[in-house]
Every structure is written in C-alpha cells, then in structure tokens.
Design a protein around this ligand. Structure first.
Ligand SMILES: Nc1ncnc2c1ncn2[C@@H]1O[C@H](COP(=O)(O)OP(=O)(O)OP(=O)(O)O)[C@@H](O)[C@H]1O
Ligand SMILES: [Mg+2]
Length: 241
C-alpha cells in the first residue's frame, strides 16, 4: 500500500504566509556627531511575526524612531541585516528603497503630517498616485478605508477641518492604502488625550488584526502596550528582545 505524500504545496504556502513581517539581525546605527559618535542602536535583534503587533517602549532618545526608520527603509543601518516581509532590504539602492517604501510599509507619525491643502480623501489617494494604483481603483480603496475608519462623511474636509483623532484616523488610512506588510506607528497617540488615545489604539488594533498586518507601535505609555501582543523595551539603543 502506498502512503500518500503530504500536501507539500499547502505547507509551502503556509510557510510563506508565516514569513516574519520584520527581521532585524544585529542592526547597528551610529550617527556621526562632529568628532564624536552617537550609538543610537547597539546591536538590535528583533523578529515581528506576520500578523503580530509589537509595542516598542523606551525613554526619549533610546533609539525608537531610529529603529522604525531603519525598518521602514527611511534610514540605512551602519551594520546588520534587515528583512521585511521576506525581502532583504539591506543592500537596496535608493531607487529600490523608494519602491519598497511605497509598496511594503506604512508610516504613522506622532505629528500627523497630512498634506494641509488636500482633503481627507485626497490625502489617501495621493499615496496611490505615487505607488502602483491610480485613478478609479485608488479612489475606491480610499473610500472603502474612510468608511471603515468612520470618516466617510469627512472625506471632503481639509485636515484643518478635522479633530485630532480624525486626523490621526486619516493618517492610519493613508498608511494602509498600499496593503503594507508592516505598519510603523511612531507615538501615534501622544498628541491625543487618554480617552481618544485609547479609541485610536482600539481602531489600530482592529484594523491590523482584521487584515493580518504586522505593526510596531512606539510609545512611552504603558497603557498603550495593552493593545499590543507583546512589548519590547529599548534603553540606550539596547533591545531586551
Ligand atoms: N540625525 C541624527 N544625528 C545625530 N544623532 C541623532 C540623530 N537622530 C537621532 N540622534 C540621536 O540618536 C539617539 C536616538 O534617537 P531617536 O530619535 O531614535 O530616539 P527616540 O527613542 O525616538 O526618542 P523620542 O522618544 O524622544 O522620540 C538619540 O540620542 C538622538 O539624540
Ligand atoms: Mg522618536
């Protein structure tokens, strides 16, 4: 009797899906400062699962923004290896990094940097105009996201005509436009009061979990960490992971 061979194709698909969203391997970042140097990341090792939400917690100046900037291909590392969604971006050229940023990562910063003269809807569409989708598909995607984020009736408002929480929701929508592998939130709630901050975190969590998208959420605030799957602490460029 022959035993049927295991369904290797299925296993292969599963393995692909489980590719970590982020893998930092001995990543080091040194900023030159005149004659001296600042070691912003000492030797960072971190793996974020394909649908995992990780809180990155640490004091001011500990290297959180540096880590996010390197993971998002905004900043190059001094040493080490960076893999995002299975792509090794370590040796990417500027051009390759530009398309990587457009296609594979989303950013939400503390100071919501929406384009002031574009409406909420246009702030989402502009992402896709830079990326792969244009015209009607971009508009449909923007409208679908605005609806999900509870902003359908604010689509035509300029950022100055939105509340702080609404602006942050537009920024979240913008980060999700291109269906990224990884979304980097750098203190997304620090400009909001506690209640609004918790609402925004709940929204971030449900958006990430319903899409199976990975995220790093930078915060000083331990309360915010409860919305994440686990916390990683950073002090003086050293991660505890
Ligand atoms: N462009 C730069 N040139 C020189 N040093 C820098 C530069 N950017 C950051 N640093 C230094 O690197 C260290 C880490 O900075 P980083 O911005 O990553 O900290 P952070 O944890 O995000 O802090 P915060 O919570 O205040 O935003 C700090 O000591 C900072 O002064
Ligand atoms: Mg920072």
């Amino acid at each position: 009797m022959t035993i049927p061979s295991p369904p290797t194709a299925v296993h292969f698909d599963t393995a692909l899906h489980l590719e970590p969203a982020l893998h930092l391997d001995d990543v080091r970042k040194v900023y030159p400062m005149g004659d001296a140097e600042v070691v912003a990341l000492a030797s960072a090792n971190l793996t974020v699962g394909s649908d995992e939400m990780v809180a990155l917690v640490g004091p001011s100046g500990s290297g959180k923004t540096t880590l996010c900037s390197i993971a998002g291909g905004i900043l190059s590392a001094t040493a080490g290896r960076i893999t995002v969604g299975g792509q090794d971006i370590t040796g990417f050229s500027d051009k390759e990094l530009t398309s990587f940023r457009q296609e594979s990562v989303g950013f939400v910063f503390q100071a919501v940097n929406l384009v002031p003269f574009l409406t909420a809807r246009e702030n989402l569409i502009v992402v896709d105009e830079l990326g792969r989708r244009t015209g009607a598909p971009a508009r449909e995607r923007a409208d679908q996201l605005l609806e999900e984020l509870g902003l359908a009736d604010r689509a035509k408002n300029l950022p100055s005509q939105l509340s702080g929480g609404q602006r942050q929701r537009v920024a979240i929508g913008r980060a999700l436009m291109n269906e990224p592998d990884l979304v980097l939130f750098d203190e997304p709630t620090s400009a909001l009061d506690t209640e609004l901050g918790e609402q925004v975190m709940e929204l971030i969590r449900s958006e990430m979990k319903s899409r199976g998208t990975a995220a790093i959420v930078v915060t000083h605030d331990e309360r915010i960490t409860h919305f994440c799957d686990r916390s990683v602490h950073i002090i003086d460029g050293h991660l505890d992971a």
